[in-house]
Every structure is written in structure tokens, then in C-alpha cells.
Ligand binder design. Structure first.
Ligand code: PGA
Length: 251
């Protein structure tokens, strides 16, 4: 099975011109990576133009966030319908940086269901801010999964991609160990099956947080994940190539 890499550009780069340059490098790296399905999540304002210029089929596009309502008086927000119309097939929901800005489990519950209703693929992010002695992170991740999947029709549970992305590994020098990720992947799958039935076995699980070419191979082979959500290494052409190469070597 091909690995999934979600490239989260966050609020970068500053101009459309730079976005085109970065996308061109991304496209070339993706052509060489036969075992990777790449999903690029640029700032929404660049998405339509990048999508229109792209003629290949290796790369899909994602929103980094969207509102759950399809329209209305929500100044500054973007709807899933607008993202869908611009060419996004996926949407990142509940990223730790957005939760940090006040997004609640209740918002996330509605966004996941709204994305599925539009036939978009939700990439649901879960993960704790920090680890404490008494393993409270399992309880928290369970709560986040419970909310995220609450309104998902049973027949569509397997369409959700879950990314485990603990805040303490995002934008840092180190990732968590593949062994710890393996344990978390088992926990996530078991929890979704407990909550929503057998469809949970089909849920794809990604890891996110300081992934690059040096650590991706071990995480892929030992971490029980089928890919990654990547920040910094996705908006740097050299690092992206190294990362995709590492995945090719491990596949
Ligand atoms: P990072 O970001 O790869 O720079 O740690 C990951 C993310 O927040 O998506």
C-alpha cells in the first residue's frame, strides 16, 4: 500500500510566486516517489491556482481548516463547499495549532461530519499538549476521537484519516519513538472500533510532529502508521525530497 504524506504549509509562503516555486519542487519530488500519495495543504488563498496549473494525478489538495457551515455570516472563515469548489479533496481538522486558538471538540465533530457529507476526506488530528506521569494522554485522545467520530455515519468511519500529532513534538528537534507511536496506533484503532464498530479497522493512521528524512523510515516500518503529516519538511524542497526518498527506501 502507498504511504500518505500530508504537506501542511501552514501560513507559508508569503507570495503566490513563492507558492508556485515550492509547488513545482514538490511536484518533481512527488514524481520520483512512486510509493507515496502526496496531499498538499497550502494556504487556501493559493489552492485554486496551484490545483488548476497541476496536470498530474500524484498530488491531491487539502484545506488546512474550514468552517462546518456551508455559508453565512462568519467573517474571515472559509467553508468546506468553497474549498471543495477550489479543488481540495481533503481537509485537515483539529490541528493542534487550531485547537490552541480555541477550536473545540464540538467544532471538530461538526467539521468531520460536514466534510464527509461533501465527499471530502477529513484528516482528523488528535494528540495531547504534553505527557504527564499518569498516562492521561490516552484518556484525552479517547475523548478527542469520541468527539471527532460522533457524527460520522457508521458506514463512513473507515474514510476518516486520523493523525496522531502531540503538540510536544510539533516544530521541535525530535519526534516521539516509533515504539510509542506503535502503542498509540493500536490504542487509536481499538478506541475507534470500540466507539464506532468494525469500520474502525479501516481507519488510516498517520503520525505528525518533526518528521523528516532522518526519522521517517523507522517510524514507517516500526510505528504502525501509513504515513505522515509534515510541516517544516514539506515547505523546503530539499527536505521534502529527502523525506520522500526515505519513505521510498522504507517501502
Ligand atoms: P512539523 O509540523 O513537521 O514542522 O513539526 C507538523 C505539523 O504541525 O503539521
Amino acid at each position: 500500500m502507498k504511504s500518505i504524506v500530508v504537506g501542511n504549509w501552514k501560513m507559508n509562503p508569503a507570495t503566490m510566486r513563492e507558492a508556485k516555486t515550492l509547488f513545482e519542487a514538490t511536484r518533481k519530488a512527488a514524481e520520483r516517489a512512486k510509493n507515496v500519495n502526496l496531499i498538499v495543504a497550502p494556504p487556501a488563498i493559493f489552492l485554486r491556482e496551484l490545483k488548476q496549473r497541476y496536470k498530474g494525478s500524484r498530488i491531491s489538495f487539502a484545506l488546512q481548516n474550514a468552517h462546518f457551515e456551508m455559508g453565512g455570516a462568519y467573517t474571515g472563515e472559509i467553508s468546506l463547499a468553497q474549498g471543495d469548489d477550489s479543488g481540495a479533496s481533503h481537509v485537515i481538522i483539529g490541528h493542534a495549532e487550531r485547537r490552541g486558538m480555541g477550536e473545540t471538540d464540538n467544532d471538530i465533530r461538526k467539521k468531520v461530519a460536514a466534510a464527509l457529507a461533501l465527499k471530502m476526506t477529513p484528516i482528523l488530528c488528535v494528540g495531547e499538549k504534553e505527557r504527564t506521569q499518569n498516562a492521561e494522554h490516552f484518556k484525552l485522545v479517547r475523548e478527542q476521537l469520541q468527539a471527532g467520530f460522533a457524527d460520522v455515519p457508521v458506514s463512513q468511519v473507515g474514510r476518516v484519516i486520523v493523525t496522531y500529532e502531540p503538540l510536544w513534538t510539533i516544530g521541535k528537534e525530535k519526534t516521539m519513538s516509533p515504539r510509542d507511536m506503535h502503542e498509540m496506533a493500536i490504542f487509536i484503532r481499538k478506541t475507534v472500533v470500540d466507539l464506532r464498530g468494525e469500520g474502525g479497522m479501516k481507519v488510516k493512521i498517520l503520525y505528525g510532529g518533526s518528521v523528516d528524512g532522518t526519522n521517517a523510515g523507522a517510524m514507517l516500518t516500526q510505528g504502525d502508521v501509513c504515513g505522515f503529516l509534515v510541516g517544516r519538511a514539506s515547505s523546503n524542497a530539499l527536505q521534502l525530497s529527502a523525506l520522500l526518498q526515505a519513505i521510498e527506501n522504507a517501502s
